[in-house]
Design a protein around this ligand. Structure first.
Ligand SMILES: *[C@@H]1O[C@H](CO)[C@@H](O)[C@H](O)[C@H]1NC(C)=O
Ligand SMILES: *[C@@H]1O[C@H](CO)[C@@H](O)[C@H](O)[C@H]1NC(C)=O
Ligand SMILES: *[C@@H]1O[C@H](CO)[C@@H](O)[C@H](O)[C@H]1NC(C)=O
Length: 386
């Protein structure tokens, strides 16, 4: 920059002092020539270095590529090994399911049985405390047939908080049975028979936090709440459905299905040809929010909720294999590809009810008179597993 300024001064002064200017011009030329020569030298040094760096960089790239390739090969091998191990475990589980189906466990099964034994949670969880849980059902890992209780249809479930087990035998009665544990039920020990002040209809009952929630069908449809701690009716409310048609076409006796999950109490009901969903306040029986889902009622036999996601179970008439074929997430966090089509282990009946226990992550199902447990495995919502 300085060079150009002096050049400008020089040119503007030539008119005034030609000889002085000529002298300075020569000096400037010498100066520029020297600078250029120095620059050329430096450029040639740079060039040399650049070539050397280029070679180095190429070598480095080659080495990095080699390392990456080796890593990728190892990763593939590891993955293949994992896949084949996973396949073996799955096959073994299927075989175990099959053997268990062929040989239902005798009443009074062995003492240590993780799937059956479950301690009470102890302290009560406030409604909403678990809101925002992220579990998505990934597979039905195992099945266990506990007992056959007589009526082809009915409901059994376990309170996730008190860990007591309840059975509703049939589709209309005023009595329910309380067992201290799943083992007490499977060994046919005498239950506590509880006679409710108002009868129940259908198979849509649930027990949540020491309260029975059930549906009574009179001229109107009522949701009842019965306190099991002091055996008294705690509350009731009219459930606002227009038509009293069954929520699942394969279970005609159930108009409203009450279900509990990590997030609290929900009601499933029919509107037009689809299953609809309402979030209920478990304390007051208020309806907080309602959703229409895209899940058809046709050929649906039952449904359950896990972490705010609805899973509708379908079958056919005559019964074939039950499968989860429609999923609806109230928070829009689950898309169709992420929720795989899941088949239940092969049986020859229809589920009249499927109740999820959030504490144990298993399903309590009533299938053609049998009381069955299904153990679920979970993955996280929004995380893809290839
Ligand atoms: C359940 O109901 C069926 C049909 O009404 C009856 O035969 C059976 O004895 C009942 N079982 C129990 C445990 O009450
Ligand atoms: C509901 O249950 C009551 C009592 O068992 C019964 O009399 C009534 O017929 C049932 N209603 C329906 C629609 O099944
Ligand atoms: C039963 O217990 C609940 C609290 O656990 C209480 O709110 C209710 O008033 C009790 N009902 C009767 C009739 O004692």
């Amino acid at each position: 920059m300085r060079v150009f300024i002096s050049l400008f001064l020089l040119i503007s002064s030539t008119r005034l002092h030609p000889s002085w200017a000529q002298y300075h011009y020569q000096g400037l030329m010498n100066y520029l020539e020297n600078r250029m020569q120095a620059m050329e030298e430096r450029i040639s040094v740079w060039q040399e270095q650049a070539v050397r760096y280029g070679v180095d960089l190429k070598e480095f790239r080659q080495q990095a590529a080699d390392v990456m390739e080796r890593l990728a090969r190892d990763h593939d091998k590891l993955r293949q090994e994992l896949d084949s191990a996973g396949g073996k475990v799955e096959r073994m589980e299927r075989e175990m399911d099959y053997i268990e189906t062929k040989n239902p466990p005798p009443p009074c099964s062995k003492a240590e049985d993780k799937m059956v034994e479950q301690k009470p949670m102890g302290k009560m969880k406030k409604t909403g405390e678990l809101r925002g849980c992220m579990d998505l059902v990934f597979s039905i890992k195992a099945m266990k047939i506990l007992k056959r209780m007589g009526s082809p249809k009915g409901t059994w479930t376990r309170d996730a908080v008190t860990a007591k087990v309840y059975a509703f035998n049939g589709t209309a009665d005023d009595t329910l049975y309380e067992f201290s544990s799943v083992r007490a039920l499977s060994s046919s020990s005498d239950p506590r028979a509880i006679t409710l002040p108002v009868f129940w209809n259908g198979t849509g009952h649930t027990v949540h936090n020491g309260q029975v929630y059930y549906v009574t069908e009179g001229s109107e449809l009522r949701v009842m709440k019965y306190d099991l701690q002091n055996d008294s009716m705690a509350d009731s409310a009219v459930f606002p459905v227009d038509d009293h048609s069954p929520v699942f076409s394969l279970n005609q006796e159930t108009i409203v299905d009450l279900v509990a999950d990590e997030e609290g109490l929900w009601a499933l009901y029919g509107s037009k040809d689809k299953v609809s969903l309402a979030r209920m306040d478990a304390n007051t029986l208020d309806i907080e929010q309602m959703w229409d889902t895209s899940c058809p009622r046709e050929n649906a036999e039952s449904a359950f909720m896990v972490c705010g996601t609805l899973y509708v179970v379908y079958n056919s008439k005559p019964p074939s294999r039950s499968r989860i074929q429609c999923v609806f997430d109230v928070n829009d966090m689950v898309n169709a590809e992420e929720a795989p089509l899941l088949y239940f282990p092969r049986r020859y009946g229809t589920h009249s009810s499927i109740k999820y226990n959030p504490h144990e992550k298993q399903l309590y199902a009533w299938d053609d008179g049998y009381q069955i447990l299904y153990k679920l495995s979970m993955k996280k919502k929004g995380v893809f597993v290839n």
